[in-house]
Write a protein that binds this ligand. Structure first.
Ligand code: EPU
Length: 330
């Protein structure tokens, strides 16, 4: 039995039958050839910053990529292309980009997790999404076949990709290829980013620091209080539904999606439904960002599921909107 406690930022205790880490493509190929994946079900886990263990025990093999390293594969006057191991820590990669004056990743500072998972989840924050930096994703399937997915084949959308589809869940991500710009291309129009920067000259380092400062203020640090970031995705609703609600709640924020749809912040809905900062047993809705559920200590996955259900029902009862988890329930 292998404890998964250090493999989930929610800090939930669960055990696995087996846990295997691979450090290279050839090592993974060896595991495939040894039929490791035929013995029992398996699951690829990254840093565990977007999963919720709902059971105490999994008769599964958990696989973790420890493929590290970053290699520059192309460079010209305007951009640089890099190939990064899926087991690299995402924020260390962002720090490297900032140090080398490569623009594009800075708004994604301090997002927990690893490079491989960033490409599965299409991580996003402060007006940026990783899909706009990715050029391709190098993978292997459970039969040992390698395949490179060009970015246009990855099916990227808001916090989603082809790699989340049931038939692609067992694809191992080996490397992610990114293109960064050598010229400033700052995106500062989201929320209070500009305000946080003040009147100082805008530099890569300052943008990274502003994003980190905003995140630290709003989001709980998983090393101090277990959580998995946004627990729900922001729901997309029809413009007609939004207009009807806005007649009753004139302050209701929204982001444009297309002519017929808008996205509404789930954090706002949860706060208005009265759940911000509320506790239920060993779990709570975070008091500074209602989109985040926190483990107050020794919570089980079932405790978190119970709170999530109550919050979802409260939002549905008040607004008629269904909010769906962003976190992957296992
Ligand atoms: N809001 C409230 N109450 C709350 C939280 C938010 O009223 O408790 C309102 C805010 O005032 C604002 C709006 O909701 O008007 C949006 O809030 P915020 O800028 O904090 O962003 P969010 O939509 O709640 C998303 C991402 C975050 C990301 C931020 C910043 C999703 C599911 N979440 O949150 O991502 O950091 O934008 O870009 O899209 C994550 O995925 O784990 C994550 C933290």
């Amino acid at each position: 039995m292998y404890s998964l406690l250090s493999h989930n930022t929610f800090g939930i205790e669960a055990c696995a039958a087996c846990f295997v880490e691979y450090h290279s493509e050839s090592e993974l190929k060896g595991l495939v050839e040894a039929s490791l994946f035929k013995e029992r079900p398996y699951f690829c886990i990254g840093a565990g910053s977007n999963v919720l263990f709902t059971r105490p025990y999994y008769d599964w093999t958990f696989l973790h990529s420890a493929i590290r390293g970053m290699e520059v594969t192309h460079e010209d006057a305007d951009c640089v292309e890099v190939r990064v191991g899926s087991g690299e820590v995402w924020d260390e990669f962002v720090q490297t980009c900032v140090n080398r004056k490569w623009y594009g990743a800075e708004n994604l500072s301090l997002i927990p997790g690893e490079v491989g998972a960033s490409a599965v989840q299409n991580i996003g924050a402060y007006g940026a999404e990783v899909k706009d930096l990715i050029t391709s994703v190098e993978t292997m399937d459970a039969d040992g076949h390698s395949r490179v997915y060009e970015v246009c084949e990855c099916g990227y959308g808001y916090r989603t990709s082809i790699f989340k589809r049931a038939d692609k869940k067992h694809v191992f991500i080996l490397y992610v290829n990114f293109r960064l710009s050598k010229h400033p291309c700052f995106q500062l129009d989201y929320g209070n980013v500009r305000q946080e920067l003040g009147t100082d000259e805008v530099t890569l380092g300052r943008v990274r620091k502003a994003i980190i400062d905003i995140r630290r203020r709003k989001l709980p640090d998983p090393s101090l209080q277990g959580n998995a970031g946004s627990f729900f995705v922001n729901p997309v609703i029809s413009r007609t539904h939004y207009e009807a609600l806005r007649a009753v709640y004139p302050q209701m924020p929204c982001y444009e999606v297309d002519a017929g749809h808008v996205k509404v912040p789930a954090g706002w809905l949860i706060e208005q439904a009265g759940w911000k900062g509320r506790r239920m047993g060993p779990v709570a809705v975070h008091d500074r960002q209602a989109l985040v559920l926190v483990n107050l200590g020794d919570a089980t996955g079932a405790d978190v599921v119970r709170l999530a259900d109550v919050v979802r029902e409260a939002v549905h009862a008040k607004f008629g909107i269904e909010i769906r988890p962003e976190v992957n329930f296992l």
